[in-house]
Design a protein. Structure first.
Length: 237
């Protein structure tokens, strides 16, 4: 392996998406991941009756009308995407996903499996890391849904990697939330336990116990339906 000695050598490898550095890195993919780390967080936790979702709509600008920003995308009646990263990239890939779901229903007369859909979107992302003249999609998705195999939570990353989780966080503070999930998640949690775990996770992300829940939304995905929840603590404390 040839060591990288200086910044000029690194720059030789980050100008092209298709060139690996001597350390085996694709810098443009890593830069896309850095954009996602700046995005507002989203988290999903499976519990015994479904999936509980938290989506943070706290954006930096006070002039922004948050209802104009999409972070939750309905793909089909049984599957949703939640994004962190570039909004334009999220819209484009969500449109692709809807086409995949519609095509599957037309050809096979049944809803697309959640794993199949996640892998198809992951394949598009991977393609954009392989050819010159393209850039990686700077967005990660939580893919949540229900099919004949039960409830599912998948993540798709800029590299095209796809994996399934019991609990997942994307966006700002992902590492903090993931560390908490690793420590406290249980497969047999009920709704209240899942909600408390998500609340503790967002407190960890912002490093404070008092959170303004006015712009943090909770959703319950159960029986192939996503419902926004109105919680008593969705107000300033």
């Amino acid at each position: 392996m040839i060591p990288v000695q200086d910044k000029s050598a690194i720059m030789a490898y980050d100008r092209a998406i298709t060139v690996f550095s001597p350390e085996g890195r694709l810098y443009q993919v890593e830069y896309a991941a850095k954009i996602i780390e700046k995005g507002t967080p989203a988290m999903a936790v499976s519990y015994k009756d479904g999936i509980l979702l938290l989506v943070d709509f706290n954006f930096d600008s006070k002039l922004l009308q948050t209802k104009s920003i999409e972070k939750v995308f309905k793909i089909d009646d049984h599957v949703y995407f939640v994004s962190a990263g570039l909004a334009g990239d999220a819209r484009k890939l969500s449109e692709n996903a809807r086409e995949f779901a519609s095509e599957n229903k037309y050809l096979f007369d049944e809803p697309i499996e959640i794993s199949t859909l996640a892998k198809k979107v992951g394949a598009i992302k991977q393609l954009f890391t392989q050819y010159g003249g393209m850039r990686p999609f700077a967005v990660s998705f939580i893919v949540l849904g229900q099919d004949d195999d039960g409830y599912h939570i998948f993540e798709t990353e800029p590299s095209g990697a796809v994996a399934e989780y019991f609990a997942l966080a994307i966006g700002r503070g992902k590492q903090k939330a993931t560390a908490l999930f690793e420590k406290k998640f249980s497969k047999n949690m009920d709704f209240k336990q899942a909600k408390n775990l998500l609340k503790e996770a967002i407190q960890q992300v912002y490093n404070k116990t008092k959170i303004d829940y006015n712009l943090i939304k909770f959703y319950d995905f159960r029986n192939r339906e996503l419902k926004e929840l109105v919680l008593n603590d969705n107000k300033k404390k």
